[in-house]
Design a binder for this molecule. Structure first.
Ligand SMILES: *Cc1c(COP(=O)(O)O)cnc(C)c1O
Length: 475
């Protein structure tokens, strides 16, 4: 399988080349040259594989269609090492629970940091360690986080050979639970940096360092952000696993509702459907930051300014633009790299929006791609959390609540609707208490983490300071 850029660069790349790269050199995102097609016989076989051999083996089946530069035995071992009961808590890895008429919750947040990002990041950690060892190289991952991504990256990379993580976060802005999760890690290859400022200041520092090409090369600076194709690919697997749990036979269809921010999670659903998974609808659920809801309703994709980006009680969906969305638009435009470049490279930087309403691909989109969308507000979130708790005894987190609220508006008779559960409620306890008057359950392994010793360096929002810090710790 070869990979190409959404902005037209056709230089063929293999999986392990793009694994350690971020954007393509022309500024686009990598996609496979084509989507492997899963025929009826294969889908039947995969159903049996999942139910009899388990999630790791299903992951190997899906991944091996996209990765041909890692020997099969090694890839199988990497999947087996990643998707274990010890790390994800159950044999199903992504168990399905029934919520109410036709609505199911697929649990993606029982990994080390209690959010769905572990599903992909845990695999990425093992892939990085494998590939760096094979090349005899090292990598220093530099990132900025407002919560979930940074901790998922740290828990995936801790103790891994050849990798260090330098993770900036805005000082005192994360929830006490999130801070404790990250700062209590004592691994020598993990560096937490609390920056005096807000998330954008952290991101600016990371950008400044990445733009210093000499420094970047000398210190082998890399990233693990959500546009990494390997992360997206890992997420494709749980769409198949959710389907096999919700249906008896492959003649049935299901729909998915996905709480969305950067469009990474739901883009994996798009890929699964392009491969042939029988998906009726993919429903995009947003919070008050409704860039994506606006697009699917009007055809206009309009990025927001920082001032126009709301701080909400589902903070992992507080985005001003959806960084993975370009992949979907590339497919929507019939994989026309020049047009994709005109929209994402030119129009967005020039006027901040583009409009696909009049484009034939968009008017067909509902039929051709089957996307729908909806949005949820703080009041909706509270009402939904309270309702699922009082009526079903089920506590859901704020992001999943956005999903459930929107899913209820998009049900179709006879088609199971699977809502992806993207975090556990304990991560966002304050809002859960506001909604239900109760503290959410805390998994035993997180008892008392707020009191653990912390390992964190405080720093001014200054790119030079972090460059010095990296240089010191790479000596
Ligand atoms: C990251 C995140 C999301 C949004 O996922 P995208 O792939 O960015 O759309 C939703 N919920 C939680 C809890 C997250 O951490």
């Amino acid at each position: 399988m070869l990979y190409l850029s959404t902005r037209g660069d056709q230089t063929p790349k293999q999986f392990c080349d793009i694994l350690l790269e971020g954007l393509a050199p022309d500024g686009g995102l990598y996609l496979p040259a084509s989507y492997p097609q899963v025929d009826a016989a294969t889908l039947e076989r995969w159903r049996t594989v999942y139910h009899t051999q388990g999630y790791a083996e299903l992951a190997f089946e899906v991944l091996s269609l996209y990765i041909d530069d890692i020997p099969a035995a090694d890839l199988r071992a990497l999947c087996a090492k990643t998707y274990t009961v010890e790390v994800f808590g159950t044999g199903e890895i992504v168990p399905l629970r029934h919520l109410e008429n036709g609505i199911w919750l697929e649990a993606l947040s029982n990994g080390p940091t209690l959010a769905f990002k572990d599903m992909a990041m845990q695999l990425l950690g093992n892939l990085f360690e494998y590939e760096l060892a094979r090349r005899g190289e090292t990598l220093n991952i530099l990132g900025a986080t407002s919560g979930d991504t940074g901790s998922a990256a740290e828990y995936a990379m801790r103790g891994k050979k050849g990798v260090r993580v330098f993770m900036t976060s805005p000082a005192n802005r994360m929830s006490p639970f999130q801070q404790a999760q990250m700062f209590s890690l004592m691994d020598e290859n993990i560096f937490n940096i609390a920056v005096d400022g807000v998330f954008d200041d952290c991101q600016d520092m990371v950008k400044a360092v990445s733009n210093d090409l000499e420094f970047k090369r000398k210190y082998k600076i890399g990233t693990v952000n959500s546009i990494n194709w390997a992360r997206l690919l890992a997420q494709v697997v749980y769409y198949f696993a959710g389907y096999f749990q919700a249906t008896e036979t492959n003649a049935q269809k299901v729909s998915f509702t996905v709480p969305s921010g950067n469009f990474g999670n739901v883009c994996a659903g798009h890929v699964a459907r392009m491969m042939g998974l029988p998906i009726a609808k993919l429903v995009v659920a947003t919070n008050e930051n409704d860039v994506l809801d606006e697009f699917f309703k009007t055809g206009v994709y309009r990025v927001r300014t920082s001032a126009d980006t709301h701080e909400t009680s589902s903070p992992s969906m507080d985005i001003s633009k959806a960084s993975n969305f370009e992949r979907f638009v590339f497919d929507l435009l019939g994989r026309d790299g020049a047009r994709t470049k005109a929209f994402f490279g030119d129009a967005l930087s020039r006027v901040g929006f583009f409009d696909l309403e009049a484009h034939p691909a968009f008017s067909q989109a509902a039929g051709k791609y089957g996307f729908e969308s909806g949005k949820s507000t703080h009041a909706d979130r509270l009402a939904t959390i309270k309702d699922t708790w009082t009526r079903h005894g089920m506590m859901i987190d704020t992001h999943t609540a956005d999903g459930v609220k929107v899913a209820r508006e998009h049900l179709q008779a006879g088609v199971p609707m699977i809502v992806l559960e993207t975090a556990l409620p304990i991560k966002f306890a304050a809002t859960i208490v506001e909604a239900t008057g109760r503290e959410p359950d805390r998994p035993a392994r997180f008892e008392g983490i707020e009191a653990l010793p912390k390992r964190v360096t405080h720093m001014a929002a200054d790119a030079q300071a972090i460059q010095q810090f990296i240089a010191q710790h790479c000596a």
